[in-house]
Design a protein around this ligand. Structure first.
Ligand code: Q46
Ligand code: ZN
Length: 318
């Protein structure tokens, strides 16, 4: 934050100084600037049209609520999807759901909740405990969330599902995937992922060009009441280390993070960087749920529940 600097637009004391843009703005002028940046990203990557119904995956954290707030201000028909994961440490899931409900209530925005335990019989920590081969709850959680988001988006006829990933998230994932040379992940890392199948929803990350601190500043000046606690399973995540490394780079060289990510995306757009993902275009219908899957038979989500990959299944509720 910049206490002695003045807002470039109105001359009032600045609330945020963005060294990468050489731009300081006050709390009144900042939200419009932020929204204009996000709108530009949405248009450039053709994430959605002004009349489309969009689903926003919300966790109750600053980024997803910031995204929802921005989309509503920009006039998009943005409806929330909150996935109740059943994470009870520090009442994380209970508190995060309350924040989502309060946010939506204050803005008259509509949202739906999918409660994982009520729908499938086990919460995410319970699934992770049953499934010892998957060491981390995050592996199960990511799989379950992707499945639910896609199902809700397709069944509800939404034009796209949007998530609150910011530039720091994307740059950290890019660093991780580059250090481990993961061509499949690098191929799919895009601001907007078009649908490759009628039952695969379009995915978009409208905040992907905004720094995490810029999103936090937006939430602050807009008075968005988000959950400060991180998910307890996020502790020790590798991406946190990559974020720290990138922030060190950023301190030495303002704009370095943005350059790293944006140049990667530009190189892919221009065709100068191209990853060939074997079999990527060949999608099969899961024999159990019908969602697209890269291998014939059951999708990864259905294998988790009903078996089919030689490992213990979690059983069925329905
Ligand atoms: S919610 Fe789920 Fe994250 Fe928590 S359990 Fe891991 S993946 S850290 S985005
Ligand atoms: Zn399936």
């Amino acid at each position: 934050m910049a206490s002695r600097m003045r807002c470039r637009k109105c001359g009032q004391p600045a609330a945020i100084n963005m060294r990468r843009h050489r731009l300081a703005l006050c709390g009144n002028c900042y939200p419009d600037w932020f929204r204009a940046q996000v709108q530009r990203t949405i248009r450039h990557y053709q994430m959605c049209g002004q009349d489309d119904r969009i689903l926003v995956a919300v966790s109750g954290g600053k980024d997803s609520l910031t995204l929802w707030d921005v989309l509503l201000h920009l006039g998009y028909k943005a409806e929330g999807l909150y996935i109740q994961l059943g994470i009870l440490d520090n009442d994380y899931s209970i508190e995060s759901e309350k924040h989502v409900a309060a946010f939506a209530g204050a803005r008259g925005a509509s949202f739906q909740v999918v409660n994982v335990k009520e729908t499938y019989g086990l919460s995410i920590p319970e699934m992770a405990r049953h499934r010892r081969r998957m060491a981390k709850a995050c592996s199960v959680c990511g799989l379950v969330k992707r499945h639910i988001m896609n199902r809700v988006a397709c069944e509800g006829g939404y034009a796209a599902i949007t998530t609150g990933h910011n530039l720091d998230d994307e740059a950290a994932v890019l660093m991780q995937n580059t250090l481990h040379w993961e061509p499949g992940y690098l191929a799919r890392q895009l601001p907007a992922l078009p649908s490759a199948h009628p039952r695969l929803a379009r995915k978009a990350k409208p905040l992907c060009m905004m720094y995490e601190r810029e999103c936090a500043a937006y939430a602050l000046v807009q008075g968005i009441d988000y959950i400060y606690d991180e998910c307890p399973f996020a502790v020790g995540a590798k991406t946190i280390l990559y974020k720290e490394l990138l922030n060190r780079l950023e301190r030495e060289s303002p704009g370095a993070k943005a350059q790293f990510y944006a140049q990667f995306i530009r190189a892919k757009e221009s065709g100068s960087l191209c990853f060939v993902e074997p079999g990527a275009l060949l999608l099969h219908d899961c024999e159990t749920c019908g969602q697209p899957t890269t291998a014939p038979g059951r999708c990864a989500f259905c294998r988790l529940w009903h078996g089919g990959d030689g490992s213990e299944s979690l059983g069925e509720k329905e």
